[in-house]
Design a protein around this ligand. Structure first.
Ligand SMILES: [Zn+2]
Length: 222
């Protein structure tokens, strides 16, 4: 399987309420997921960004999918952390620096593309057991990507499990295997950021994701 560590040091994605780049959160959770899968013999996780990208030009989302294809990976999970639309961010100035935060949304989101060559429900079949595993462990989905606001409008496929369609997302669409993007939580939310930054919380989330992936594989083989 391939784990795509979202973004890169040079292009770090969203910025948290306390000013930490998303990439740092993505990397920490991806490593926690590798550890959570270490005891599961069916998974041989390969980190896309870190293995292939050291000192090179950052991979585009499409190149990440193509790398997963070249590896012959049987599933792809792209690890991200979330923010909200710029209009919902509040600006504060502290110690000569500018920070932006929001309590508009919190929780995780799962994105799948219905435009995958492995079939339009390949990503959804992967997302369903992952969403179940998160729900049974008390995680709640943010609904803000499906809201009727500029920059969102994602078709919601499963409101309880927090699965939205993001058909054109290149890292999903160009993957030949079932692919899923997780926004593990909203780092623009100050209290949620503090939780997401804890190693214990990263291990817990990784354990939930691993359990979901195991359930998916059992279902696929059964
Ligand atoms: Zn991201």
């Amino acid at each position: 399987m391939a784990i795509d560590v979202g973004h890169s040091p040079d292009s770090p994605g969203a910025i948290s309420a306390s000013g930490v780049p998303e990439f740092a959160f993505n990397r920490a959770l991806s490593h926690a997921l590798v550890e959570a899968l270490a005891s599961k013999p069916d998974f041989k996780p390969v980190l896309l960004t870190l293995s292939a990208n050291r000192g090179q030009t950052p991979l585009t989302p499409r190149a990440r999918a193509e790398q997963a294809n070249a590896l012959g990976a049987d599933l792809l999970i792209s690890v991200h952390h979330d923010s909200v639309q710029p209009r919902d961010l509040t600006e504060v100035h502290k110690h000569g620096k500018t920070f932006r935060y929001s309590r508009y949304a919190q929780g995780y989101s799962l994105f799948v593309s219905r435009d995958q060559s492995c079939g339009e429900d390949g990503g959804l079949r992967l997302a369903l057991p992952v969403g179940d595993a998160l729900q049974t462990r008390g995680y709640r989905a943010t609904g803000h990507h499906a809201e009727d606001i500029d920059g969102e409008h994602r078709p919601c496929l499963d409101p309880v499990r927090g699965i939205d369609a993001f058909d054109r997302l290149a890292v999903l669409r160009h993957a030949r295997m079932p692919a899923l993007l997780i926004e593990a939580g909203v780092i623009a939310h100050p209290e949620e950021e503090a939780e997401l930054a804890k190693a214990s919380a990263q291990r817990r989330m990784a354990g939930a994701l691993a359990a979901g992936l195991v359930a998916w594989r059992q279902e696929a083989e059964g």
